[in-house]
Design a binder for this molecule. Structure first.
Ligand code: ADP
Ligand code: MG
Length: 231
């Protein structure tokens, strides 16, 4: 699904140039659950943003599902992103002015789905994420765990092939964190590929494979033997 070769990314601000990624090689197979770990500032979010086509590499190649991303027009990239990718962030990134229902409906509006179809899909995913009883509430009226369940609902309502999660449990207590990890595990067991950035050893145990970044490079990679949901 993902093939990355010699990926580099530099950021230039006034006088300083930061090499956020310095020659990353990475392949992710369809159906895998990969955790990316490493200290603050080592390039984890930059890598995830490039995989999510939210940012472009400075050098190297990135192939997603058979498409060489650098060669795509912005409109093609948007098209590829729309149905294939779901994002989950540490800070939930919900729209405060929209209700739970409307937040989750948004990606379906972008896909130009009919109102009745949108309604059915949103209802189904909210039931599944056990947050349907809050559909008329606004994000600020919910707990952190509930907000993240809404954010995951929004990420999966389009049935994406790949979920990109950037420290999805970073703002949650352990009970809600485990609940979110169990939801991600379930989605993965149904075939969704997941690439997740995390600081948490607990969360990394849910992944099939753990990649450690340091100063913009992959320094170690390990395979997890026992994988599965915790109770
Ligand atoms: P991590 O997610 O591992 O904490 P990041 O990928 O956010 O790390 O950042 C990697 C490095 O790139 C850091 O030194 C950070 O300051 C720098 N960086 C990230 N985004 C930008 C940006 N938009 N402009 C300038 N520097 C950036
Ligand atoms: Mg980060």
């Amino acid at each position: 699904m993902i093939t990355i070769q010699n990926l580099k990314k530099s950021f230039r601000t006034e006088e300083v140039e930061t090499l956020a990624l310095n020659g990353v090689n990475l392949s992710v197979e369809e159906g895998e659950f990969v955790a990316v770990m490493g200290p603050s500032g080592c390039g984890k979010s930059t890598l995830l943003n490039i995989i999510g086509m939210l940012d472009n590499p400075s050098e190297g190649s990135y192939n997603f599902a058979g498409h060489e991303v650098a060669g795509l027009k912005e409109s093609q990239r948007t098209q590829l992103r729309k149905g294939n990718l779901g994002f989950v962030f540490q800070s939930f990134n919900l729209i405060d002015e929209l209700t739970v229902f409307e937040n989750v409906e948004l990606p379906l509006i972008y896909l130009k789905m009919s109102k009745s179809e949108r309604r059915e899909k949103v209802k189904t995913v909210l039931e599944r994420m056990k947050i349907a009883h809050r559909e008329k509430h606004f994000p600020q009226q919910l707990s952190g765990g509930q907000q993240q369940r809404v954010a995951i609902s929004r990420a999966v309502v389009t049935n994406p092939k790949l979920i990109l999660a950037d420290e999805p449990t970073g703002n949650l207590d352990s009970k809600n964190g485990i609940e979110v990890m169990n939801l991600l595990t379930e989605l993965n067991q149904e075939g969704t590929t997941i690439v997740m950035v995390t600081h948490s050893d607990r969360d990394s145990h849910y992944a099939h494979r753990v990649i450690n970044l340091f100063d913009g490079q992959i320094v170690t990679e390990s395979q997890n033997r026992a994988v599965g949901a915790m109770v």
